[in-house]
Write a protein that binds this ligand. Structure first.
Ligand SMILES: Nc1ncnc2c1ncn2[C@@H]1O[C@H](COP(=O)(O)OP(=O)(O)OP(=O)(O)O)[C@@H](O)[C@H]1O
Ligand SMILES: [Mg+2]
Length: 486
């Protein structure tokens, strides 16, 4: 047998009955200790299933449980038999062949017969376990999944179409989960342990990864993964999904092309980065764009793009390069526009300065629940940075820098929409004046709890109409009309 990756001192495999007797209740995937039954937190109305369906579901559940148990046995056998250091350099096909050989051997010893489909599935899961990210691997490959959220080893949630669901995927135990976290963070030269209990990293496929381990995470490690989507949603997709109307898209196209400074405001996972990315498609190909992000997510289509990613300090606490550092340097790199993925700290000062000093058409996102709230957040960030400036001066700086605030929201039914487009029009006394030009009008709820509503102008004409006209974007005044939605 092909055994390049075998340990020389491999231990004997436990017999099936002994292994089963010492093992806690198996789970459908990943195997392990008592995990909750697979449920969904969706509030779908339960319908009585016909007996045949119940029997089929029961059979499928039993099949999964049996497979999980067998997989656990095989996994132990693999860990006992494989030489892990040799694995680092093994090719995918070699490793797969070796796993398949060991699995065949163990199954034969135990007298277990599996059909071809189950064998293939088990071999793939074992490969994921050894080479990849274990139970997370299937979820990472599932294209319908946007976010993966792990609350301790036995509860893994995913977000599909804006809704959170509990999956039947589990880790064996906390140790297993920690091993996978460690695998991820050590691959990017970081460390996570008791003294350094949380970490931000990027997976090889570009997905954003955050983990927090005990004792700070009280009930087991917490992991959040924002999956990287190769094909970012474009303007047409977003219109088709009902994220905003064609009128709003025409307005935004004019706003971006005419170099208004835009802030995309929204809550966590509301679609800020997606909106920013889509808006950037309106930038002319001839412009030099510099992007600055904590985790490089933006995918600009233009040819002249310089991408920067900030860097956290290393294990000795040295070598950090902040977004602010990147932004300051970017100003010396002759950009036409600067795009900052998310403004969350003292880089706000440099961002506003860039917007005020000849880098018109710059954009960023901010974590806030409304345009007004977004402005207060900026004021707070400036105050927190330690700069002593009178409130009025701070507001004047914001009012002259920011032209437009686009509000992205994730509504209660999971849908993501642009709920408001607001223009900053100047100062009135000590207050920043704004006018909303478009909004999402909610009108009701379907029996399935889906929100009914429509996009409408507010009847207020854009403050920038003249600028749009002069730049060749003569928008019809009708796009600002209020619509009743009938
Ligand atoms: N209008 C939309 N319709 C459907 N899916 C969307 C829409 N907008 C965004 N998404 C998806 O929602 C997820 C979150 O989007 P995005 O990363 O843009 O949010 P975010 O506000 O930047 O999140 P964070 O606060 O974590 O940075 C992504 O997987 C994205 O593909
Ligand atoms: Mg984002």
């Amino acid at each position: 047998m092909f055994s390049r990756y075998r340990k020389t001192d491999s231990k004997p495999v436990k017999p099936a009955n002994e292994a089963a007797a010492t093992r806690p209740e198996p789970t459908p995937s990943g195997g392990g200790s008592a995990a909750p039954a697979p449920t969904s937190i969706r509030r779908a109305a339960p319908k009585a299933k016909p007996p045949a369906q119940v029997a089929a579901a029961d059979k499928e559940r039993k099949r999964k449980e049996r497979l999980a148990e067998i997989k656990l046995d095989l996994h132990h056998a693999l860990l006992d038999n494989l030489n892990l250091s040799a694995l680092e350099t093994a090719s995918e096909s070699d490793l797969k062949a070796e796993i398949s050989d060991i699995a065949t051997e163990v199954l034969q010893e135990k007298g277990i017969v599996l059909n071809r489909e189950d064998r293939t599935q088990i071999n793939q899961e074992l490969y994921d376990e050894v080479r990849g990210l274990g139970p997370l691997e299937t979820l990472l490959k599932d294209e319908s999944v946007n976010d993966i959220l792990v609350n301790g080893p036995h509860r893994i949630f995913v977000e599909r179409s804006g809704k959170l669901e509990l999956t039947d995927v589990t880790f064996k135990d906390e140790k297993h989960l920690l091993r996978i976290i460690d695998k991820i963070v050590s691959a990017v030269g970081r460390r996570v342990d008791e003294s350094n209990p949380y970490v931000d990293a990027r997976l090889a496929d570009g997905s954003r990864f955050n983990a927090m381990v005990p004792p700070i995470a009280v009930d087991g490690s917490l992991v959040s993964i924002r999956k990287f989507t190769k094909e970012k949603l474009g303007i047409d997709d977003l219109i088709r999904f009902g994220a905003f109307s064609e009128e709003m898209a025409a307005y935004l196209q004019a706003a971006v092309a005419c170099r208004l400074n835009i802030i995309v405001s929204g809550g966590t996972g509301s679609g800020k980065t997606t909106t920013l990315n889509a808006l950037s498609s309106f930038i002319d190909n001839s412009e030099r764009i510099l992007t600055i992000e904590d985790t490089a997510e933006l995918q600009l289509q233009q040819i002249h793009v310089g991408r920067m990613e900030s860097r956290p300090p290393n294990v000795e606490g040295k070598g950090a390069v902040t977004q602010r550092d990147c932004l300051r340097n970017a100003l010396r790199m002759r950009p036409d526009r600067i795009i900052v993925g998310e403004t969350r700290g003292d880089e706000v000062i440099d961002m506003l300065q860039a917007m005020n000093t000849g880098h018109d058409g710059s954009m960023t996102t901010i974590h806030a629940n409304s345009a007004r709230d977004g402005v207060s957040r900026m004021e707070n960030m400036i105050a927190m940075s330690g700069i002593e400036m009178p409130t009025k001066a701070v507001r004047a700086q914001i009012a002259s820098a920011v032209h437009l605030i686009v509000q992205a929201s994730r509504l209660q039914d999971g849908s993501r929409r642009m709920t408001s487009i607001t223009e900053v029009t100047g100062m009135e006394g000590e207050v920043i004046s704004m006018q909303e030009v478009f909004r999402y009008q909610r009108t009701g709820l379907t029996p399935e709890n889906k929100i009914i509503g429509h996009f409408t102008g507010t009847g207020v004409r854009s403050n920038y109409s003249e600028r749009f006209r002069l730049w060749g974007y003569d928008l019809p005044s009708g796009i600002y009309d209020e619509v009743s939605g009938e």
